[in-house]
Write a protein that binds this ligand. Structure first.
Ligand SMILES: Nc1ncnc2c1ncn2[C@@H]1O[C@H](COP(=O)(O)OP(=O)(O)OP(=O)(O)O)[C@@H](O)[C@H]1O
Length: 240
């Protein structure tokens, strides 16, 4: 089976203030099948976010060879890529005067110019249902985004990404600021969406494994290693 998404020879090197560069990783490769949830763990500063932004074609310090659904990334504009490979950052930026506007941002003309296949913007009902499913029933659509808590903002950002119907979702610690019940709701929703829509998800996580991932990878000292076969208690240790 052809993987849904592949990344080969990813290199990330950040210019050092005094000259030279700090190589975060070099020669890393990764493949993802449709219907997978893959967790990426590893120490703080090991490069997990840099890896995800490289996948999203948003990392100015990275070079990589990417494919999506058998197509070379070069055949898609960055805008088309980001519509199909949705990135939810650790610190979301929600632009708009209301939550509803912030969620519909990807459907505005400026953002859609290169992605006319983005479809109609989600109705208030669709946005409401998505937020309710994430434990955000108390977030009114008319609320100002800057009034949201960190955990609410992360879920609104995730709702925006899921409603845009990507093939791959890259989620950078979206459950980091959530209590266990809400983290479970988010994991349930992702698992349902993966099952029903066939997308694939890469999650950066520091929490203990929640049993949703088909594989758990660890990024450390430039190496990306599959640690799925290590005993679960050790995973939990890794996640702390
Ligand atoms: N824009 C930047 N300018 C300078 N250094 C950067 C930049 N972005 C990342 N780095 C450095 O690259 C390395 C990897 O950072 P990254 O945020 O990818 O790590 P991480 O594993 O996601 O960390 P955390 O778990 O703390 O979020 C770190 O040393 C970080 O300081």
């Amino acid at each position: 089976m052809t993987p849904l998404f592949t990344a080969r020879d990813i290199r990330c090197a950040i210019p050092a203030p005094g000259g030279g560069e700090h190589v975060v990783f070099d020669g890393v490769s990764f493949a993802l099948d449709a219907g997978e949830i893959v967790d990426v763990t590893g120490p703080s500063g090991s490069g997990k976010s840099s890896l995800l932004t490289a996948f999203a074609r948003l990392n100015p310090y990275a070079s990589e060879t990417l494919t999506l659904d058998g197509r070379d990334a070069a055949s898609l504009t960055p805008q088309q890529w980001r519509r199909l490979v949705a990135y939810v950052p650790q610190r979301p930026s929600l632009i708009g005067t209301t939550v509803a506007q912030a969620v519909r941002l990807p459907w505005t003309l400026a953002v859609r110019r290169d992605a006319p296949d983005a479809g109609a913007p989600p109705s208030d009902g669709a946005v409401r249902a998505m937020l309710d499913a994430m434990g955000c029933a108390d977030v009114e659509l008319e609320r100002a985004p800057h009034d949201l808590s960190g955990g609410q903002a992360a879920r609104v950002s995730l709702a925006r990404a899921l409603l845009s119907g990507p093939l791959v979702l890259l989620a950078d610690e979206v459950d980091a600021g959530l209590d266990d019940d809400n983290a479970r709701l988010v994991a349930d929703l992702l698992a349902r969406t993966v099952r029903d829509a066939g997308l694939a998800v890469v999650r950066i996580r520091h929490r203990a494994p929640d049993g949703r991932a088909s594989r758990i990878l660890r990024l450390d000292r430039g190496q990306l290693t599959d640690i799925s076969r290590i005993d679960a208690p050790q995973h939990e240790e890794e996640a702390r």
